[in-house]
Design a protein. Structure first.
Ligand code: CAA
Length: 257
């Protein structure tokens, strides 16, 4: 039983919803800890192949860290605060299964950051994304200074981080911050379509693709290529490769396990 999130499972999809609509789903410490627990549960549940993360209501995905918790925060407390959030986002990024962010409104500060830790981002037309921390006198603390430039390039990331301005969904799609923009009424359906397409594929291959891209991007091209070759080798130890290749040759649909 969680206080601030909703968790649901309709195999092959797991749903996690931040549920503090009165504060536009701002992330307080309790919510971060609950999300960690829920994502760990999804990671260990073989029936869940893809997770969809969203926010309650029609106005906001996540409006950032809960600013009320910043009052009286000591420098060391703030460092711990950032590290706790970063741990959650690393967990999401390295879950071993894809996480789709269904951005149904404001994704600001920690909200934009948690979306960036997801594998794929789909936004509704009313979504607004931004890193407004400098307007509060602080800086992004849940990975914004690192993941945003990796996703959209240094110049565009600087523009968002230094002006603190929100951008709309169309602009977010233009700069590659979200994969696509859809009307709010079809946001969940669109995310579920992507999730189902992924869930049809071989689960081990999906896991290795995530690892190759995520770990590869953090190192040199040569290291990334070596990792890819290793994982390409490793995946050949799976029954699913035999099944996938035979199914192609026998002109039938594969049944992955
Ligand atoms: N923390 C705590 N409460 C928040 C919040 C947040 N991040 N965002 C919104 N709320 C609360 C408001 O205080 C308000 O509560 P009350 O009704 O009790 O006053 C309620 O949610 C509704 O918000 P508004 O009345 O402000 O709604 P609006 O439509 O006028 O504005 C908004 C919406 C532009 C998103 C505005 O709420 C806003 O600017 N929110 C703060 C966004 C922000 O700065 N996020 C970054 C936080 S810092 C961070 O995330 C650091 C990090 O990297 C980890």
């Amino acid at each position: 039983a969680y206080e601030n999130i909703l968790v649901e499972k309709k195999p092959p999809i797991g749903y996690i919803t931040v549920n503090r609509p009165k504060v536009l789903n701002a992330l307080n410490i309790k919510t971060v800890l609950e999300l960690m627990d829920a994502f760990e549960g999804m990671a260990n549940d073989d029936e869940v192949r893809v997770v969809i993360l969203t926010g309650s209501g029609e106005k906001s995905f996540v409006a950032g860290a809960d600013i009320k918790e910043f009052q009286n925060l000591s420098p060391d407390g703030a460092r711990q605060y950032a590290m706790r959030g970063q741990k959650l986002l690393n967990l999401i990024e390295r879950l071993g299964k894809p996480v789709i962010a269904a951005i149904n409104g404001y994704a600001l500060g920690g909200g934009c950051e948690i979306a960036m830790a997801c594998t794929i981002r789909v936004a509704s037309e009313n979504a607004k994304l931004g890193q407004p921390e400098v307007g509060l006198g602080l800086i992004p603390g849940y990975g914004g200074t690192q993941r945003l430039p990796r996703l959209v390039g240094k110049g565009r990331a600087y523009e968002m981080i230094l002006t603190g301005r929100h951008i709309d969904a169309t602009r977010a799609e233009q700069i590659g911050l979200v994969n696509k923009v859809v009307p709010q009424a079809s946001l969940m359906e669109e995310c579920e379509n992507i999730a189902k397409a992924i869930a049809k594929q071989a689960p081990l291959a999906i896991r290795y693709c995530l690892e190759a891209v995520d770990r590869g991007l953090n190192g040199s091209l040569d290291d990334g290529l070596a990792l890819e070759a290793d994982l390409f080798g490793l995946v050949f130890g799976s029954e699913d490769v035999k099944e996938g290749v035979s199914a192609f040759i026998e002109k039938r649909k594969p049944e992955f396990r």
